[in-house]
Design a protein around this ligand. Structure first.
Ligand code: DPP
Ligand code: ZN
Length: 872
């Protein structure tokens, strides 16, 4: 297939003003009638062309007349109709087969045929699997949807919009109708039909609308939806307060399914969630999962304005809604929890997932220039880097200025399909600043390297900071241009206190932002009493990699003294990288000692937040470490990182670790309040460190903790330590867990994932054994991700075996998965990212596996694009 290019965008020649859909629902077969009121762009004279895939056309009529065979033509991927004019009404009737739809795109069945329910997933292009339609986001229509089905088999019938009647039909069937008054693109259409239970709550918006909130799930899951409801109410309030955005329908439905390609989907008035991102309870969910539920519920709710009321002109603008909504969700989570911890989590994800993507063969700009399969562009770059770009703009405008800008953006673009330029224009105009230079960030891939060099003139008391930037070339963009990089900075004195800053423009702040918008620039600070230690790119003020010639002692000073938790953590991460390098190169121990000594002192600091301490005690992960190597040996990286942590554990000392563990364990509760979560987080980290020094003692604690655990977080933490340090002793609890949670798919996913993560060459055999477990299936995306995805993405030393056997098995599974679900196959295939930098044996084996995949002629467009880019 040919690539689709941003540069080729043209407004639609045909629009749909209203659409009436009629579903005759059945598990094996569903029939769909569609009635489209068409509008033609007078400036274009193309004949009508509608998208449609895997649709069996039963009948077609134009303006009430059945169409003759030569008046329409079924073509690859759609339908051409002759004779339509502005105001014409096209009626089609098609047949689809939900139970046979394993791709989980369009209308499909969740669960077994006898008991499961029907649902839809339309983003990005699923609607064309439901009916013939101009399936593009700049075609926005008013939807009237009527559902008909057997009442006993499908007691609950839901679609987006407001309810507009329901009733009985003959033969035990019933119907329900929904009207959505807000014009929307087809990707936001949704329906759900089946046996579902609900919880509900009334909500009154700030502008006075009464809304019924309903969360729906199957009987075994409905009791675990209360936390999501709580998060939904808090999200709705927050959006009213932070952005002045009110909800705009009389009902808001949320439905949970175990079978979902994504995390969740923001369909208008009918959000659909992967259970993984919706269910939460103390017995089966970890603290991370609680936070994830809160964040995803907020994310999908926030889309009602950033995505639905203002949608995207075309899929190249995907980050217009996703980057902005991720940013909104990040701020909400920061407000609900701890801002520094949230920032640590988000920057960790950015460095682990987005930076490697941006440096490898799949690199693409936040606004890609072309794609073959849009589903491959729901990436860390579009989401996470996109959110960082919004954060930069928000930082530049300040809270009040950013709000002025988003108010203008929403009011000016309400009901429209917008482009990224519209977003920057509104933010800029509302604040009288020209933000157009920031557009360059959206069009250029790669992570800029920011180099910093400081010079102190002791006689003039002047400090000169020279900043320079460089973005490594990529295949598509051999020449990168300088970008505007806001660098938030502070200067520290040798006593660890922040120095007041005096520049030409400003005075006396202790933290300022300078913007580097050329390849190199100098910034001068006056009245600096001593040679300062600069703290740069604070809060990660731009998605860049900082390269600064700090001494270990300078980083240790920042790690020990920075009043801001995130910046303290970030200094610690940089120092840990130095320590890692020293260990690897057999160099002088200065950095290792500085890192260990500073953390050992902080370990004893009773004022430090326990959750922050837990994060400080973790060095950068294996993927981040691999990013800095030109020749990657994952086994060696794993070993060195273990050694580094061992040094830290030894420096703190077994006695102190043991004592801290005991005191934290004595305070364990089942609560999900911040204090209880912090306790669990630190307790887990302390136990892991203890296990590196004294595995026998740690496993003894872990065995007890597994049995007594009042929460899933504690239970899994204990299981993880046992499985890593005493395989024999872990057998019994693993069997116990498997039995205890046999009927809880989400808890079983964690059981698969925990074992898939165990390091070393034995991982392959373990994965194969787990594939034989009766609960394993490639048909469920969560299960496939839990075992295969965790192994390939979250266990570098286990996946990258020197003999390449891991790659061969994985390529095999990708092929099998591709025949079922191309979106998931393509997503999992990205685990090969970075293969070109592997040491020669592994590189050759990875290349062979990729080449054998590329040689198959039945690959989906999804998988073919990823594999093809990987081999470019
Ligand atoms: N459901 C996905 C999300 O909310 C795609 N829109 O990010
Ligand atoms: Zn989203």
């Amino acid at each position: 297939s040919l690539p689709i290019r941003l540069a080729d965008y043209r407004a639609p020649a045909w629009r749909v003003e209203r659409v009436e859909l009629d579903f005759e629902l059945g598990i094996a077969t569903t029939e769909i009638g569609a009635k489209l009121l068409l509008r033609r762009d007078p400036a274009q004279d193309e004949s009508l062309r509608l998208d449609g895939e895997n649709l069996e056309l039963i009948s077609i009529a134009l303006d009430g007349e059945v169409l003759a065979d030569d008046a329409y033509r079924l073509v690859d991927g759609g339908l051409e109709v002759h004779g339509a004019r502005d105001g014409s009404v096209l009626e089609t009737r098609v047949r689809v087969h939900p139970a046979a739809n394993t791709a989980l795109e369009g209308l499909y069945l969740s669960g077994p045929s006898e008991t499961g329910f029907l649902l839809t997933q339309c983003e990005a292009q699923g609607f064309r699997h439901i009916t013939f339609f101009p399936d593009r986001p700049d075609v926005q229509a008013i939807y009237t949807v009527t559902l008909r089905a057997d009442r006993a088999r499908f007691p609950v019938l839901l679609a987006g919009g407001n309810p507009d009647g329901s009733g009985e039909l003959e033969d035990g069937r019933h119907w329900a109708r929904f009207v959505d008054p807000h014009p929307k693109p087809a990707y936001l259409f949704a329906l759900v039909a089946g046996r579902l239970e609900k919880i509900e709550q009334d909500y009154r918006t700030a502008d006075g609308r009464d809304v019924q909130l309903k969360i729906w799930a199957e009987a075994d899951a409905i009791d675990r939806c209360h936390y999501a409801m709580d998060a939904l109410v808090r999200s709705m309030r927050w959006d009213e307060q932070a952005y002045g955005r009110n909800y705009d329908l009389d009902v808001f439905h949320v439905v949970a399914t175990h079978d979902f390609n994504m995390g969740a989907m923001e369909n208008k008035g009918l959000n659909i969630f992967n259970t993984k991102c919706l269910l939460a309870d103390a017995d089966s969910s970890t603290d991370d999962e609680y936070r994830r539920v809160e964040a995803v519920v907020a994310h999908e709710y926030f889309h009602n304005w950033s995505g639905n009321r203002v949608t995207c002109r075309d899929w190249f603008q995907l980050s217009l809604k996703e980057g902005f909504t991720v940013y909104r969700e990040q701020c909400f989570s920061a407000d609900m929890n701890s801002a520094p911890l949230k920032r640590i989590e988000d920057v960790g994800l950015l460095r682990r997932a987005q930076f490697p993507e941006d440096a490898g063969p799949l690199a693409h700009p936040v606004r890609p220039a072309e794609y073959r399969e849009i589903n491959n562009f729901y990436t860390a770059t579009v989401y996470e880097k996109g959110a960082e770009l919004v954060r930069m703009l928000a930082g530049k405008l300040g809270t009040a200025g950013f709000r002025r800008g988003t108010d203008l953006y929403f009011s000016r673009n309400d009901g429209r399909a917008a482009a990224l330029e519209d977003f920057l224009a509104a933010l800029g105009e509302a604040n009288d600043v020209d933000l157009s230079p920031y557009l360059a960030w959206y069009g250029q891939s790669g992570t800029p390297r920011l180099k910093a060099h400081g010079h102190y003139d002791a006689t003039r008391h002047e400090y000169t900071l020279t900043l320079s930037q460089h973005t490594p070339a990529s295949l598509q963009q051999p020449r990168k241009q300088p970008l505007p990089i806001p660098v938030k900075l502070a200067l520290f004195g040798s006593d660890g206190r922040m120095l007041p800053l005096h520049t030409d423009g400003q005075t006396d702040a202790s933290e300022i932002v300078v913007v580097l918008d050329e390849a190199e620039q100098c910034f001068v600070f006056r009245d600096v009493p001593e040679r300062p230690v600069p703290s740069l790119l604070r809060g990660l003020s731009a998605p860049a990699v900082l390269e600064c010639d700090y001494t270990p002692a300078e980083l240790a000073l920042l790690l020990g003294h920075d009043p801001d938790g995130f910046n303290r953590w970030d200094a610690g991460q940089q120092l840990a990288l130095r320590a890692y390098d020293a260990l690897r190169d057999g160099a002088h121990n200065g950095a290792v000692n500085a890192w260990c000594d500073t953390l050992a002192a902080l370990f004893d600091d009773a004022r430090l937040d326990a959750a922050l301490l837990a994060d400080l005690l973790v060095p950068p992960g294996e993927i981040e470490l691999a990013e800095r190597e030109s020749v990657v040996d994952p086994a060696r990286i794993y070993t060195l990182r273990q050694q580094l942590q061992q040094r830290l554990a030894a420096r703190i000392g077994a006695d102190k670790l043991e004592a801290r563990y005991r005191s934290l364990a004595a305070q364990s509760t089942a609560g999900i309040d911040a204090v209880s979560q912090a306790n669990r987080s630190l307790k887990q980290r302390v136990l892991q460190l203890l296990a590196l020094l004294d595995p026998t003692a740690a496993c003894h604690h872990a065995a007890t903790q597994y049995l007594d655990a009042p929460s899933m977080t504690d239970r899994l933490a204990a299981l993880g330590v046992l499985a890593r340090h005493d395989a024999a002793r872990s057998v019994e609890p693993l069997v116990h867990y498997r039995k205890r949670y046999a009927s809880d798919p989400l808890a079983l996913d964690k059981w698969f994932a925990l074992q898939a993560q165990l390091p070393g060459e034995g991982a392959l055999a373990r994965v194969q054994a787990l594939e034989a477990d009766p609960a394993f299936t490639l048909k469920n995306p969560n299960r496939a991700r839990a075992l295969l995805g965790t192994w390939a993405n979250g266990n570098p030393s286990g996946f990258h075996r020197a003999d390449g056997a891991g790659y061969r098995l994985y390529a095999d599974r990708l092929l099998a998965l591709d025949a079922l679900n191309p979106q998931i196959a393509a997503r999992l295939a990205t685990a090969f990212n970075g293969w070109q930098r592997l040491e020669p044996h592994r590189r050759e084996a990875a290349h062979a596996a990729l080449a054998s995949l590329a040689g198959h002629d039945q690959l989906s467009r999804n998988l073919a694009e990823i594999v093809g880019n990987m081999l470019k």
